[in-house]
Design a protein around this ligand. Structure first.
Ligand code: SF4
Ligand code: SF4
Length: 446
């Protein structure tokens, strides 16, 4: 593999991984109640197929995919649908969710037929299986995995990249999975490579996980898969930065990895692919890091989807001190949650609690034109100019200043001495620009 090349910008925040890096993945006990949101992916909401009072089995479909970019949702255990209610997701969006009262039996539904001889299976049958199993990007994006594995014929894909970078501070779920389940991760990569028809499989891991690089590297070499240690710099795990590091290819502005012949999947997604293909198991659980100063016993747990944050934190021994913030995900890209009944979803990589001393209340000030946000931006975006445009609601200018290229990594805000809410500005402007585009397209069709 050629020497990695590195993106400019980025930051190196406190890593905060030590409390959980050596904690083996523990299985969570069954709970009496799960809250399972229907919308757990980017794309069209799935169509519910259960109603209040229905009995369901573990792995049974609760909602079917509804359109091309959609994914089904499966029951995390057996029990009764107590109700269907609106619940806030970790991002704060209200959406219908199944309140599943567990019967304690954990009776499995008839599994999807295992495809043991996947090496001989038709690529489209394998892709269909990934779709049926409701697998989405488990690194955080939650984009349906099967859709990524069906690029249009005009895009020639030659490389599959597995993302084991886990550059987000405090999170170690992927790290532990790479140490404890290298075989499923690598087999999942081979299955996805078969679907895409590619020969080159690369795995990127930050150099702060030397044990994972060594272990996965040794297991990967006989399979022809190349594992590369990468510089520790946030956001090394962002798709465009990862592709650049491993292949030297630059995804064009407004483009996708497939525009440079690459598909990227997270290592957790890869392990889920194997479970779906070899065992016929749909995605209803995942590994999540539960950590932070106020947590009694930080660690990594295999949690069923629908576990409340409150119950997840109890598993980690509960809260021992004052807590100022609970974050879904990591400190750079995560979302602050306001209700501990928020459920774990397919993309919940971490639950992070912060003590009052770790959270600063600050006033934002006028921009002092220091340029630190520009130096820090891995996407070469003029964050300070954009921020002023957005404050003045000049979304037309923001679109021309490439706000849609923002990957919401938070490096600009991290670097800003004036504490300007730069990421919040970018998120707001991206939503507004996209909404205006949709309105223009709808008008043009009339
Ligand atoms: S402008 Fe967007 S991509 Fe650039 S540093 Fe800020 S959040 Fe990251
Ligand atoms: S880092 Fe903050 S203060 Fe400095 S130029 Fe950027 S927005 Fe302005």
């Amino acid at each position: 593999m050629p020497k990695p090349v590195y993106f400019s910008g980025g930051v190196h925040p406190h890593e905060g991984k030590a409390p959980t890096a050596a904690a083996p993945i523990a299985a969570a006990p069954l709970l009496p109640l799960y809250t399972v949101p229907f919308q757990q992916h980017i794309g069209a909401p799935p169509k519910p197929v259960v109603a209040k009072g229905d009995r369901v089995l573990r792995g049974q479909v609760l909602a079917e995919a509804n359109g091309v970019v959609s994914a089904p949702v499966h029951a995390p255990t057996s029990g009764v649908v107590k109700d269907i209610v609106d619940i806030a997701s970790p991002m704060g969006r209200l959406g219908p969710s199944v309140l599943l009262e567990a019967d304690g039996q954990d009776t499995p539904a008839e599994p999807l037929a295992p495809i043991a001889a996947w090496q001989e299976a038709a690529p489209e049958a394998l892709r269909q299986r990934i779709a049926e199993a409701g697998i989405v990007g488990m690194g955080g994006a939650a984009f349906p995995a099967a859709v990524k594995l069906a690029p249009p014929p005009s895009k020639r894909i030659d490389t599959l990249i597995l993302n084991g970078v886990e550059c987000e501070p405090c999170l170690t779920a992927d790290h532990r999975l790479m140490l404890e389940a290298p075989e499923p991760i690598l087999t999942g990569a081979l299955i996805m490579a078969r679907i895409l028809g590619v020969k080159t499989i690369l795995v990127g891991i930050e150099q702060n996980k030397p044990d994972a690089i060594a272990l996965l590297g040794a297991a990967a070499a006989p399979l022809g898969i190349q594992v590369q240690g990468l510089r520790v710099r946030y956001p090394q795990g962002a798709e465009k930065q990862l592709i650049y590091a491993l292949t030297g290819r630059k995804v064009p502005t407004g483009g996708l990895p497939m525009d440079v012949g690459v598909v990227v999947q997270n290592v957790g997604t890869s392990a889920a692919v194997v479970a779906a293909v070899r065992e016929g198991t749909p995605l209803y659980e995942r590994v999540t890091t539960i950590t932070g100063t106020p947590v009694a016993s930080p660690g990594n747990w295999r949690l069923r989807v629908g576990t409340s944050y409150a119950k997840a934190i109890e598993l980690a021994g509960g809260i021992t001190g004052d807590t100022a913030k609970v974050i879904s995900g990591g400190p750079m890209m995560g979302f602050s949650v306001y209700d501990l009944e928020t459920p774990v979803m397919k993309n919940t990589s971490g639950i992070l609690l912060m003590a009052p001393s770790e959270v600063s209340q600050y006033q934002s000030h006028a921009c002092i034109r220091c340029g630190r946000c520009i130096d820090a931006c891995p996407m070469h975006i003029m964050a300070e100019a954009l921020s002023v445009q957005i404050e003045n609601e000049r979304y037309d200018l923001a679109e021309r200043t490439r706000v849609l290229d923002c990957i919401e990594c938070g490096c600009c805000a991290y670097a800003c001495p004036a504490h300007r809410p730069l990421v919040q500005h970018m998120r707001r402007a991206k939503q507004e620009v996209l909404a205006r585009r949709r309105a223009r397209e709808a008008q043009a069709k009339q």
